[in-house]
Design a protein around this ligand. Structure first.
Ligand code: SAM
Length: 363
């Protein structure tokens, strides 16, 4: 038996085990991927759940050093979708049987924004008499705001920690109250308190990030007992401060392989959570999302943002699908998903099994 296969048989993984697994390549990496794929089939099955993604607004009060829509980037047009555009995208998700939506947005904390999101949630919940499940990804908010949005009908929330290493976090964000690591942790805890299924994640291949950091990220997810995860490679954007460190980055293909290994390891560590195959994976490899499905992911977020806005939600360079109609994406996605041996869970919310099990243990 190889060292890798004996580690994979363990029920608990130390930090050193995870670092070793993250460094695998060739045959050993294949073994890791096969093991993760088997865990996925046994624990969550072969269904893939679609979440129709609306990139609601690129107006952002934050200035994260890696992000193309950061406040200080003045080089592009800022937008917010109209109520009608959001409603139409949600209706189209419903008509296509997606059964869940994600509203993602640049972070704003003003009253107008908080009220607007609440209204949008209420109007989406009217479609099909509450048929659409709803995930939010609108950044750090107060506990009161999280509760209001939950009461309005949202029930999942994605807030990436970006990196669980506080020192690295402070290198990739400005040093001020709006970009505080402990505040982000507090937000994740407030989301749990508010009743959401909570998802988090990290960027993989950041400048200054080490294998040890990524292993700690995995242990952080486990400690936080998350219900969902969305992780992907960091992709540089010219109009951001972090771009100056591009010489330090791993080649894109290596960042992609490392991202696949993070997905595979998270599936092995947290067997029954939902894991998204993210758009950033597809940016590096046209079949990136399918490859992520094959090593453990079970959620995909087809983009339903109206085409005219997509070029303005460029978090990083070469973001895909900015010139494809949502329907085209849906059809090609379905065919690709079938080729991975999976099927699409149309008309099913596909909530996190992990969350459901925690809930029923409380009942
Ligand atoms: N404002 C919300 C928040 O902060 O969670 C959601 C929108 S934010 C733009 C969504 C995610 O995009 C971030 O959590 C970050 O991980 C990712 N992102 C931003 N810039 C990126 C980059 N250059 N490469 C890869 N991912 C990036």
């Amino acid at each position: 038996m190889t060292q890798i296969s004996s580690i994979l048989k363990q029920t608990h993984f130390s930090h050193a085990d995870l670092v070793l697994l993250l460094k695998t390549s060739g045959e050993e990496q294949k073994q890791l991927f096969q093991f993760a794929s088997d865990v996925k089939k046994a624990e969550v099955g072969n269904k893939v759940y679609f979440r129709g993604l609306i990139e609601y607004s690129n107006i952002c009060a934050k200035d994260c050093f890696y992000c193309g829509v950061r406040k200080s980037n003045k080089d592009f047009h800022r937008y917010s979708l109209t109520d009608e555009e959001v409603f139409q995208a949600a209706q189209s998700a419903y008509d296509q049987g997606f059964s869940s939506m994600v509203i993602q947005s640049g972070q704003r904390n003003d009253k107008v924004f908080v009220n607007k999101i609440e209204k949008l949630i209420q109007s989406i919940k009217k479609i099909g008499d509450g048929a659409l499940g709803l995930t939010l990804s609108c950044g750090e908010q107060s506990l009161e705001t999280y509760k209001r949005w939950f009461d309005a009908g949202a029930h999942r929330y994605l807030l990436r920690i970006e990196t669980s290493n506080e020192q690295l976090y402070s290198k990739i964000h400005p040093q001020n109250k709006k970009h505080n690591f402990q505040k982000r942790i507090q937000s994740l805890s407030d989301l749990k308190t508010s009743g959401y299924q909570v998802g988090t994640g990290v960027m993989i291949g950041l400048p200054f990030q080490t294998y040890e950091d990524l292993a700690n990220d995995l242990l952080f997810f486990e400690r936080l007992d998350i219900d969902m995860a969305g992780m992907g490679p960091y992709i540089e954007h010219k109009q951001t401060p972090l771009y100056q460190y591009k010489e330090l980055l791993l080649p894109l293909q290596e960042r992609f392989q490392l991202s696949l290994k993070m997905v595979a390891l998270l599936r092995i560590l947290m067997k029954d959570i939902n894991i998204a195959a993210t758009t950033a994976m597809q940016t590096i490899d046209p079949e990136g999302r399918e490859k992520a499905l094959m090593v453990g992911a079970n959620v995909i977020m087809p983009n339903l943002t109206p085409l005219k806005y997509r070029e303005e939600y460029l978090l990083y360079e070469d973001k895909p699908c900015i010139d494809e109609e949502a329907d085209t994406c849906k059809n090609c996605l379905e065919a690709r998903i079938h080729r991975t041996g999976s099927s699409v869970g149309y008309h099913e919310w596909g909530d996190s099994l992990h969350f459901k099990r925690k809930q029923s243990a409380l009942d």
